[in-house]
Design a protein around this ligand. Sequence first.
Ligand code: COA
Length: 373
Amino acid sequence: MKQVVISGTGLYTPPLSISNDELVAAFNAYVALYNERNAAAIESGELEPLLESSSEFIEKASGIKSRHVIDKNGILDPLRMYPYIPERGNEQLSVQAEMAVAAAREAMANAGKSAADIDAVIVACSNMQRPYPAMAIEIQNALGINGFGFDMNVACSSATFGIEQAANAVKAGTARCVLMVNPEICSGHLEFRDRDCHFIFGDVCTAVIVESADTATAAQRFEILGTRLATVFSNNIRNNFGFLNRCDEAGVGARDKLFVQEGRKVFKEVVPMVAEHIASHLQQNQLTPPQMKCFWLHQANLAMNLLIAKRLLGREAEPGEAPVILDEYANTSSAGSIIAFHKFHADLAAGDTGVICSFGAGYSVGSVIVRKL
Ligand code: COA
């Protein structure tokens, strides 16, 4: 069987960032306005008053301290509460493609690859800014890559599912080298007026180069020892936005057309699912959790990641064993585990092994066991 490697990663971080305090100040201003405007209905018991948010709650419940975003002003305007991202003409590079091109260029430079070396582009993320033409084909065109491109969506697990598709293409010989990108503009699908979730997401893009070990020349090369994907249906994380929405006017703009979740249930159900998934994937490969140098986990909730690591290791994780980036980036959906891998892989020695694992809506879990060459 052909040996396949991850030979480069890239990261595009939007320059703008929102702290918890800034987010909470805007949210609480919105709450004050709402309660004032609806004072009579609240007084008569017809409406419930909105409750304020708090930075302390956000950091304690999630570990999130800030998030990078494409637009800050729109989100922090209490009269708007969503980003302002102007539409672009069809002749201009779209916003999502622009982020992807920036992350891709870094990944290609790290892998020592030019456009001519790459045969396929996969966009794997939670939200595409349009149904077609595929974002991947626009990115392929912008980078001057021949071959083919396609988009795929497995929500927060998209990146690991994308790595498996890339690795399979290389193994099958349908592509020599694949660029897999995760442009996530999560601020676009987040209800910033809902205190249960207004703090959860951030925007970012990651990129991964997957190729045959025979062609890889990068200093940092990670052999893919195995990939394992699993899905189990759940309504606990859901977004009903879609092309059929206009066919029932009653639902247009309703709360369920943005991200909704039952956070507590997700926490309780997904932690054991992920720990068992990783443990059995390692066992399948004659490996054990304590042998892993690093678990680059999906970044949704700090306590969740610490618990998964503890279940795997049978003890608290040492700093560096399950690196955290959600404090700065918040949940960036599919990109989270790849940001962690991108930022925390250089210190591993040749022969060291680790697991990239993403999980989320679906439910879905994807793990990629890697060994540094
Ligand atoms: N500020 C202050 N209080 C808040 C608040 C806010 N922004 N949001 C919620 N609260 C309140 C709730 O109303 C609730 O009050 P109550 O006890 O009086 O009913 C209390 O705080 C606890 O809320 P809850 O939603 O149960 O908090 P939690 O500890 O479960 O934390 C999450 C919420 C979302 C951070 C957490 O459940 C989580 O991260 N789950 C995993 C989600 C996940 O992995 N999703 C994958 C998405 S891709």
